[in-house]
Structure formats: C-alpha cells, structure tokens
Design a protein around this ligand. Sequence first.
Ligand code: C5J
Length: 227
Amino acid sequence: MTFPVPARPYPFPFAPGRTALVVIDMQRDFIEKGGFGDSLGNDVTRLEAIIPTTAKLIDLFRRKKWPVVHTREAHLPDLSDCPPSKISRGDAPLKIGEKGAMGRLLVRGEPGNQIVDPLKPIAGETVIDKPGKGMFWNTDIQSILDNKGVTHLVFAGVTTEVCVQTSMREANDRGYECLLIEDATESYFPEFKRMAIEMIVAQGGIVGWATPFAELEAAVTQALAHA
Ligand code: C5J
C-alpha cells in the first residue's frame, strides 16, 4: 500500500512500513564552530537553522515506529579509510585528522564527530559511519535496509549538494524511491541548495522527489489517522 505525498515533480508514493528516514551528517563537525565545516571557511550558522524541522521529522518517524538511520562522515583514527587526496585537498589551516576545538576533525569517536544533541539517535536506531560523501560506499547500509525490507527513503541533513545529494543519487541507482525534505536540508551556499533540489526533481524526478516537511506530515496524518 502507498499513499500520495504532494511533492515535486509529482506526488511521492509513500510506502508505510517500507520507508526509512535517513538523516545525513547532522554532526557537530559540520554544524558548530570549531569543526570541519568551519575549518573550511564556511558560515556554519546557516546549518543549525534546520535542526527544529529535522527534529520534528525524526519525531514523526519515531511515533510511527518507522526506521530511522543517522549517518556521520567519519574516519578511523588511523585514517586508513581516508584517501590521501581527501586529506590533502584545499588550503584549510586544519586537515582531516588534525586536532581542532572539538577534537580530531572527522575522526570517529571525537566530540566533533557526534550528532548534535537535539537530534541524538535513540536505542534501536541505525548509526552509519561513512568514510565517503555517499552513504553506500564502504558501509553496511544496503544490507541493513534490505533486512528491514526498506524500498523507499526520506532524506534530510547536510549538506544538500554534497553528502545528501551523493547519498540520494547512490540510493536512486540502487532502486530506492527517494524523497528529500526541503526544509530539513541545508547548504553553506543557498544557491547550491536550490540548484541541487532542482537537479533532483528535474526530468521527471531523475534522482527523486522533494517536498517541505508540512506536506509529508499532513499526508501521513490524513492517510494514517487511525493507524
Ligand atoms: C561535506 C557533507 N560537505 N556531509 N560533507 O563535506 O556534506
């Protein structure tokens, strides 16, 4: 059974029980001062604005007992899963693995690598440490989703045009139906967010669908009022 969620480019067929929420990289390293995003010279305050909407989205999935997956961009402490090209890229004062204000940048277990407090995973939710921008490369996510019978994915998180879009493209290529929640994703560059969403929904939804959280919430409420 599916029900329609108003979305671009046309209503998204939401499949209750077969849909997981994927919250990409809402970690301190990207959202707070002193982390990786800040070290690259970005205005990180833009990203914290989506925390309240993302929290409501997570709450909706928790109330319905639908699966929630959190990802973190995270490397092993010895950086053996981080290509040298990724470490050396750019002219930032601090590189991946070096010590910043919240510990070593983008390294598993460091304070900066943790998901921000208001969106902390709870027991039973999946947390994936991914060494790449996409969530499938070098992770167990495919088998985890297969075991849960997931065929549809709702996406949130940061940044829209980097890890969110890469993960959504990877998922789309693997046959998942993908919906991006527009006001639960953000970029350091507003025009990149806008264009990433346009790229996703163009050509009849070549990568997937996009809609604001209120549309999803209203459609769920209407379709499953008594569930
Ligand atoms: C970036 C991400 N922007 N989570 N990572 O490097 O989008």
